[in-house]
Design a protein around this ligand. Structure first.
Ligand code: ZN
Ligand code: ZN
Length: 284
């Protein structure tokens, strides 16, 4: 099972039908689709607004057509934007999804723009150059940028979703993708992960799962999944429900990195991985 997948409707390389056929070949009983919901500004990896209806219809049609073989879930990956919340949820079609993966890909400017009176948003997991623009906005202080990320994470976790739909926290420490390249991160990382743990514990009632996202391992060249295995260990120790997702952008990535991730968790933590497999990979 995998609830974090991107198709050709947004920035993925396989069609929804190709994913379904692959999941059936793997003998899966569940599959979820989580297109990047549109943002209130141009975004090249998002589902374009004019394709929203077609996306929702395509997934629902597959849900019906394949019902005897596989349970298909119609989800979305939605961005939390500080000061705006979850802007895509004003669209009733998006609002009606089965579940939501809540993620941060952007951080706000410190102040509103003097030209249009609105906040600007900086992408933090795009190119390194884009990340550096965000860092520049925070006076080249990594601690201030990480603090802004933590503040957004607090908002993401505490903001309710419509009708109490299942809420999965997506790649909770994604900012490390580029932050890790700065030497200052080394002395900030214990503080940063402690804060993420505190937020997860204090918001425990406000979400359903935190995902263990393997894309960091198989695609981004990092030594850890999102989040870092030490945080996975602390989350598990605090009985916070975890779920493996691969953030697949191609049908062949449906299981990518999961076995490596399980081995990594077994090598670096005291977690009994057979337990985590049961908890996070429901029998498929
Ligand atoms: Zn994402
Ligand atoms: Zn994603």
């Amino acid at each position: 099972m995998n609830l974090h997948t991107h198709t050709t409707f947004c920035d993925g390389k396989s069609s929804p039908l190709e994913y379904v056929n692959k999941a059936i070949a793997l003998n899966w009983k569940f599959l979820g689709f989580s297109a990047h919901a549109p943002l209130p500004f141009p975004c090249e990896w998002c589902l374009p607004v004019e394709k929203v209806s077609n996306y929702c219809k395509t997934i629902k049609d597959l849900q019906v057509a394949f019902k005897p073989q596989i349970q298909i879930h119609h989800g979305l990956e939605i961005d939390y934007l500080a000061h705006l919340g979850y802007p895509c949820l004003t669209n009733p079609e998006l609002n009606a999804a089965d579940y939501f993966i809540c993620s941060i890909h952007y951080l706000p400017s410190k102040e509103k723009s003097t030209t249009n009176g609105e906040y600007r948003y900086y992408e933090i997991d795009g190119t390194y150059a884009q990340f550096m623009l965000a860092l520049k906005e925070y006076n080249y202080s990594l601690k201030k940028l990480l603090s802004a990320f933590l503040q957004s994470t607090a908002g993401l976790m505490s903001s309710p979703l419509p009708n109490n739909k299942p809420k999965i926290i997506g790649h909770i420490d994604k900012i490390v993708l580029h932050a890790i390249e700065l030497p200052e991160f080394e002395e900030l990382k214990d503080w940063f992960y402690q804060k993420l743990l505190q937020l997860s514990i204090s918001n425990r009632e406000n979400f359903d799962f935190i995902e263990i996202n393997t894309r960091a391992l198989y695609h981004k060249g990092l030594n850890n999944p999102y989040p870092h295995v030490q945080l996975i260990e602390s989350l598990q120790a605090n009985q916070i429900p975890l779920m493996f997702n691969t953030d697949a952008h191609h049908r062949n990535e449906l299981e990518a990195g999961v076995q490596d991730c399980i081995q990594l968790i077994a090598s670096y933590t005291a977690i009994n991985t057979s337990q985590i497999q049961k908890a996070c990979l429901p029998t498929n």
